[in-house]
Design a protein around this ligand. Structure first.
Ligand SMILES: [Ca+2]
Ligand SMILES: [Ca+2]
Length: 210
């Protein structure tokens, strides 16, 4: 995928991409572009070079669930956390890129909803998800991949539909209308990088999936 050419995109976009290429220590704060999809076929990738510090977005209504691709090179270093005031706040989810359930937290402990690398099978790309309280991830037989909560702390798939893969979501019972969120992240990087495919050319930038 060509991101930018002098003829088709702004110079600012090209300069941003080149700045990312030349700054290996840069950090990335990803902002949801439009609305991230909610299934393995429609997730939103994250793009950039350097550690992924935050993902910000919005749960627009009761049927909105957002999935983002993140790359975890060392699961022991990974943490995703979201400030919360009560278990009625937003829930966090993680799936493999094929939709198998990995970990989920629908509680609120010490003012945070958190996922770690504890249940991840190894380095790789994963789908990190956000939903309102009460969302249910279901397999193709409409069985819940995780048992109903809220339960404090993260947990591996423990429902009748475990491990998945996820096929549908059930509507949640909460009323999260237009709820903004910012995930604080450690130990992960964007799934895609902008790379230059021809030296000394402005017109040869593309996405590279790690
Ligand atoms: Ca959204
Ligand atoms: Ca969404």
């Amino acid at each position: 995928m060509h991101l930018a050419t002098p003829a088709r995109a702004s110079l600012a976009a090209v300069l941003l991409a080149l700045a990312l290429l030349s700054s290996p220590a840069a950090a990335v704060d990803w902002v949801e572009s439009g609305d991230a999809g909610d299934l393995p076929g429609s997730f939103q990738t994250t793009i950039g070079v350097g550690l992924l510090n935050t993902i910000s977005g919005t749960i627009d209504d009761t049927s909105d669930r957002d999935l983002f691709c993140v790359r975890i090179n060392d699961p022991s270093q990974f943490m995703a956390s979201l400030l919360c005031a009560s278990p009625a706040g937003l829930d966090l989810w993680m799936f493999s890129t094929s939709g198998l359930g990995i970990t989920h937290d629908d509680g609120c402990v010490a003012s945070a909803t958190r996922l770690t690398g504890a249940f991840k099978p190894g380095p790789g790309s994963y789908l990190l998800g956000v939903s309102a309280e009460g969302a249910v991830a279901r397999n193709a037989a409409s069985q819940a991949i995780w048992a109903a909560g809220p339960i404090g702390g993260e947990r591996a798939p423990d429902g009748a539909g475990a491990p998945g893969p996820i096929a549908t979501w059930a509507l949640q019972s909460g009323v999260p209308l237009f709820t903004p969120y910012t995930l604080q992240l450690t130990g992960c990087v964007p799934c895609d990088a902008v790379v230059r495919t021809r030296a000394a050319s402005w017109g040869a930038l593309k996405l590279h999936h790690r």
